[in-house]
Design a protein around this ligand. Structure first.
Ligand code: PEP
Length: 252
């Protein structure tokens, strides 16, 4: 039985005080729940205060970063290392979000190095993939997703992949208010599980958790979560308000 994992990607939002307010709000709404692995992914600068609040209040809430470098330390101006994240109590890390790929030139090879490094440091990677509208309309969705996933998994051992979270996020659904239909989301998430089975085996494929991301709301989460191959959600805009994100986490 795969435990659902619902992560809020705050992107470049929330000053330190606002971040604490949001987490305090989540504490009121979802502190006792254990049915879902709930995670918040604030900007780097909010991680220390949010991490402190989570531990002071004993919340069962994962603390995620939105990116990291694969190296442990060195001359990488502006970057943050996996050891710096674990030192702050970070548990999860989003890798290869489409905004990082499109705006900051992240490559599939870089994603693979980051995922590898995350596992080496005991961080739970959430590895993102997804196609553009143009690619979908020209029938390339499977090819694009397959390329991203296979390259992201390159040389990863089966025991790591069993514990991986893959987020399928069609780019045309991110921040647009137009989510993929549940059938389309299920189709691609099922396809990704099949890819993992082909690269590894069915045991690994049955363990890997696959999220859908792209305009998830309290209104569409239940229908998405009812799909066989959707094990959670990566949530952007709707994770910025405690009451809204809580309703997504408490979907069942
Ligand atoms: C995202 O950025 O990962 C995302 C899914 O955003 P939104 O929920 O706002 O579409």
């Amino acid at each position: 039985m795969r435990k659902p994992v619902i992560a809020g990607n705050w992107k470049m939002n929330k000053l330190v005080g606002e971040a604490s307010e949001l987490v305090a709000g989540l504490w009121e709404e979802i502190s006792g729940q254990d049915a879902v692995e709930a995670v918040v992914c604030p900007p780097f600068v909010d991680l220390p205060s949010v991490g402190r609040l989570i531990s002071e209040r004993g919340m069962t809430l994962g603390l995620g970063a939105q990116n990291m470098h694969w190296e442990e330390s060195g001359a990488f101006t502006g970057e943050v290392s996996p050891g710096m994240l674990t030192d702050l109590g970070v548990t999860h890390v989003i890798i290869g979000h489409s905004e990082r790929r499109q705006l900051f030139g992240e490559t599939d090879q870089g994603v693979n190095r980051k995922v590898t490094s995350a596992f080496e440091h005991g961080l739970q990677p959430i590895m993102c993939c997804g196609e553009t509208l143009k690619q979908r309309e020209s029938g390339q969705t499977e090819d694009v997703v397959s390329g991203q996933v296979k390259c992201g998994l390159f040389e990863l051992p089966a025991e790591w992949v069993s514990g991986l979270v893959i987020a399928y996020e069609p780019i045309w659904a991110i921040g647009t208010g137009v989510a993929a239909s549940t059938a389309d989301a299920q189709e691609v998430c099922g396809y990704i599980r099949g890819l993992v089975a082909a690269e590894y085996d069915t045991g690994v494929a049955e363990s890997v958790r696959i999220q859908y991301g792209g305009s998830v709301t309290p209104e569409n989460i239940s229908e998405l979560m009812a799909m066989d191959d959707i094990d959670g959600a990566l949530v952007g805009g709707a994770s910025l308000k405690a009451d809204v994100f809580s309703r997504i986490v408490m979907f069942s």
